[in-house]
Design a protein around this ligand. Structure first.
Ligand SMILES: [Zn+2]
Length: 266
């Protein structure tokens, strides 16, 4: 086992290190350009395969909220990505954002996130994943795990040990990272939505609604680990700071006014 620990430490030592916006040290091995290109390819593929909404009022609404969130980003961060949002007509309460700034919102989300502030909470959370390079981090971890297993094979480790490395990497070593990423995206998200002038209090409201909305496919935000109570407690810890940021944003003219429009059949 000692050999294996040395192996992983060595691997992590040799690959790149970066820092998240919250100054957490990260291991990333891909360039931002590589990740953005991959994000773009996947996005175009999803646009081919998943039906895109034709509901103009909902499309405009989602675009409006997204614009406010993106405009609140630090200009240096904003310009590093080619931001784009697509409303898909699928009925699940979910959203995603790919490296390079490609955001997807599923129409079903609009039934759960019932006002512009709640929708902004989701979009700001997703943007948080992008600006914190979480995909790069995950892809890098997978690559490191694969290399780790390959090297262990060369070192002639027996099968049981090999399996242990793989399982350990999958469940012990890498999964906790997802939890870290989720709470990081929450922290970035609540501040970002406040900077855009949205009401951060509504992020808590949204998670409560998400929890009571037990659809067939749990949304990403719920299926990825942090217990709802923990998540809400974490958000509440930042609430005072977020509220004063929002106040400042409102006072300086950031007053989002996105309206869902008249609901029409999807
Ligand atoms: Zn997330």
């Amino acid at each position: 086992m000692q050999k294996i620990i040395i192996l992983f430490t060595t691997l992590i030592f040799f690959v790149g290190c970066a820092s998240s916006p919250l100054n957490r040290r990260q291991v990333v091995i891909y360039s931002e350009a590589e990740m953005a290109a991959q994000g773009e390819r996947s996005y175009r593929q999803i646009q081919q395969e998943v039906p895109i909404s034709t509901n103009t009022s909902e499309i405009n609404y989602v675009q409006c909220v997204t614009d406010y969130v993106i405009e609140a980003l630090d200009p240096r961060v904003e310009s590093r990505n080619q931001w784009e949002v697509t409303l898909f007509s699928e009925n699940q309460a979910n959203a995603f954002a790919l490296p390079g700034g490609k955001i997807g919102v599923y129409a079903g989300l609009l039934d759960v996130a019932i006002n512009q502030h709640q929708l902004a909470a989701v979009i700001a959370h997703e943007v948080g994943h992008v600006i914190a390079n979480h995909s790069n981090e995950r892809a890098s971890q997978n690559a490191i795990r694969d290399v780790g297993v390959a090297v262990a094979r060369i070192l002639d480790v027996d099968d049981t040990t090999l399996e242990a490395i793989d399982m350990g990497a999958r469940y012990g070593f890498f999964l906790p990272f997802n939890r870290t990423q989720e709470s990081e995206a929450d922290s970035i998200g609540i501040i970002l939505m406040a900077e855009a002038g949205f009401d951060p209090e509504q992020s808590v409201e949204l998670w409560l609604r998400m929890n009571s909305n037990s659809g067939p496919r749990p949304p990403e935000f719920i299926s990825t680990h942090p217990a709802p109570e923990t998540r809400i407690a974490d958000l509440n810890r930042r609430m005072q700071e977020a509220q004063s940021i929002r106040q400042l944003a409102n006072n300086t003219g950031r007053n989002p006014d996105c309206v869902p429009g008249i609901a029409s059949p999807r």
